[in-house]
Design a protein around this ligand. Structure first.
Ligand code: SD4
Length: 332
């Protein structure tokens, strides 16, 4: 059976075009970019998968008004977290094999400040909790009950994240699964978002409900700084999507940034990291991983093991969904 992503096209989105049209109609309206002492490329935001289109628009509102990259990425991915129809992030995410929705997220700014939460239940916007960990605690990561207690103390409300739709899917999965966690190409779609603001500063955010039907307590790469996300304001930023275990094994996003530091373009850096994943795994069945990266000049790169990975790019000039290049074709 063909997956929906087999058909995903490289396309300018028509409503997106309308949006860009609005921006281009008066490109400097509301733009208050402070002067910079280097050649900043102008604000832009990139993010993983189709849900990145909507998320980018929320981020772009901030960037195009002279806001900071860190605010843009938080605001952007919250859109995806709060959308009950997206079954791989936040509210509406598919649960673990015990029927519990557990969320992972992290955020990183241009000064290498970072915060993360993992195995967090009943909180709709884990990215904002991660930001509070970054700003209001001496730590980088809080997990499980501790993360939830911190969220509640910080004013977040408890919500039921398991929607009727996700519950139905989980119940159907239970009928055939034998309680076995299996990663496949369809059951995960993290949002990773990277932004450059008008000051030329970078930030990133990554948030997910993780692999569907995972073991209770399992944490993937997405909340791990250096694996699911890495930002180095001197060089660039990268994020990962796909099988978290494989990404962690190669310290994925930090490797992409290091490859850029050594002079590779974002595209080449993503390709090298994917190659490394392929080298480290004998069995590539269902092992989808995709990387997305930007550098300080605003160049973008993306690459995945299998076809089907796509990403959204928004700047003053474009607002599009692109297909990433890949190593392997999906077979029917
Ligand atoms: C995880 N990397 O939990 C996440 C899932 C994901 O696109 O990225 N999906 O392993």
């Amino acid at each position: 059976m063909k997956s929906r992503r087999d058909f995903i096209r490289i396309a300018a989105i028509s409503s997106a075009t309308a949006f860009v049209g609005k921006i281009l109609a008066n490109p400097t309206e509301n733009l208050k970019f402070p002067k910079t002492n280097f050649n900043a490329p102008g604000p832009m935001v990139v993010s993983t998968w189709e849900h990145g289109i909507e998320a980018n628009r929320a981020a772009w509102k901030i960037l195009s008004n002279g806001g900071m990259a860190i605010d843009a990425v938080e605001k952007g991915v919250k859109v995806t977290e709060s959308d009950p129809l997206i079954t791989s992030v936040g509210l509406g995410g598919l649960p673990d094999r015990d029927g519990k929705v557990t969320l992972d997220a992290c955020i990183m700014d241009h000064q290498s400040n970072c915060g993360a939460v993992a195995f967090l239940e009943n909180i709709e916007n884990p990215i904002s909790v991660a930001r509070k960990v970054m700003e209001n605690t001496p730590h980088v990561m809080l997990v499980g009950k501790g993360a939830q207690d911190f969220a509640l103390e910080s004013g977040f409300k408890k919500v039921n994240l398991l929607t009727e739709n996700a519950k139905k899917e989980w119940e159907a999965w239970k009928m055939s699964s034998k309680y076995k966690s299996v990663i496949n190409i369809e059951n995960h779609d993290t949002i990773g978002m990277l932004a450059i603001d008008g000051n030329g500063n970078l930030a990133g955010a990554c948030t997910t409900s993780g692999m569907a039907y995972k073991m209770h307590g399992r944490v993937g790469d997405s909340p791990i700084i250096g694996a699911g996300l890495f930002v180095d304001n001197e060089i660039g930023a990268a994020c990962a999507t796909g099988m978290g275990e494989a990404v962690i094994r190669i310290a994925g996003s930090s490797i992409v940034v290091e490859l850029m530091r050594q002079g590779h373009s974002p595209q080449k850096a993503c390709e090298e990291a994917v190659k490394r994943i392929i080298q480290k795994h004998k069995n590539l069945e269902n092992l989808q991983v995709g990387f997305l990266a930007i550098n300080k000049s605003g160049e973008v790169g993306a690459f995945s093991v299998y076809e089907g990975f796509n990403y959204a790019v928004t700047s003053r000039d474009i607002d599009i969904l692109k297909n990433a290049k890949y190593v392997k074709k999906l077979v029917e």
